[in-house]
Design a binder for this molecule. Sequence first.
Ligand SMILES: Cc1ncc(COP(=O)(O)O)c(C=O)c1O
Length: 424
Amino acid sequence: MINFLKKITVSIKGTNPKLYYYLIKLAKRYFKNDLGIYPRILANEKEAVIDVLNSSQWNMCDGKGLVHEKLEANFSEYVKVPYSIAVNSGGMALQMAFRALGLKPGDEVIHQIDTCSATAMSVMNAGLTPIFADISKETFMIDLESVRKNKGKNTKALIMTHMWGNADEAQKITLFAKENNLLLIEDACLALGAKSGGHKVGCFGDVAVFSFGAGKPIQGGEGGMIVTSNEALARELKAMRHWGDRSFEFGVRDVTQLSWNGRLSEIIAAVVVEQLKGYPSHVSELQEKVQDFGDFLKKNIPGINIQLGPTNDIRDSVFTQVQLSIDDGLKYSKNDLWGKLKLSGIPVWHANFELINKLSLFKNGTWKEFTLKGDINRINENYNGDFKTAQHVFDYTGLGLNKMNFLSKSNFELLKSVFSNYKN
Ligand SMILES: Cc1ncc(COP(=O)(O)O)c(C=O)c1O
């Protein structure tokens, strides 16, 4: 019955989103977590929000013992990085990080071609130039050989994106950045808590960014976080989120840096404090279910595997989306699987994002209107480059399963039953 309703609900998402979200709200009320719907309450979010609403401090304001300061302290404790700076989105976190690191128009930032387009746009909105690199077919994350080929004399920074809950090979990439004199930014928007070499993501780069927006590991409606071990950088970032205001440092209002409103609402901070509290047990539940599904695939459907991070250890991944890799040459294609899953009401997506250079902003050359400085011919060549592995993963070998599939018994059974059709 639940599966039948789910099938109808998922099928109307595109045609009647208003009805879809109304039905989801009803379902959440009556079935609670039985439908596996995410985001969900992980601790005491409702009470925490009411506490803020009952106070007179709904806005961020430093040094007052407010909720965002508690969030920053708890976040630092969780990721094991000394300074956390709460901001209003992951994209804002990236822009502020670039500026605080001293990058200037004409400087290039290199990142994988099939991450969220928000990354490329954050680079551009900070006045910089994104340069794309291909991915490794083993990890679905950045390929350093491609970075080597595509970087130029203006390339000043590298983004290590930890995709969909897997940590990238941090040690190797950190060393590469050092050897090539590149600043290293970790984009951990999709991977809070994922581990590389026994350490949680966030501690490897000059800075790391996180997001609390839709589809992220923990959610607040919106929001983000920047973490760093560099005290001076943290101070800069704290000023930067208040339009660069230095009054808390200088005692008088002054602005030394082109900045933004990066402030996080206290109401959202209250939600995220609670989400973070409940997150470790949420991740354990996911890891257990993914392990079970991985065993099922191994036993029944050779050729389709859970795509883990380079450590190949389920306990190092947080499964913001569960990525699958489909071996080349199997008799069932990605398209076939995609169609069957959709038909059964199972939310499915790509393992990574679309290739950014295929999006109109880049394909049609509109990017040139926003590129203030740099070697336009070289950039153009990069945007028209061939990113073979990313394209192959997008077309054939990468599939993403929404974590909702793993968060309720009925969803999980349905998922397995669809995959059972592919039994060898
Ligand atoms: C990898 C990655 N980086 C950055 C962002 C931007 O985060 P936000 O939407 O909070 O600005 C996203 C958003 O989806 C993302 O997936």
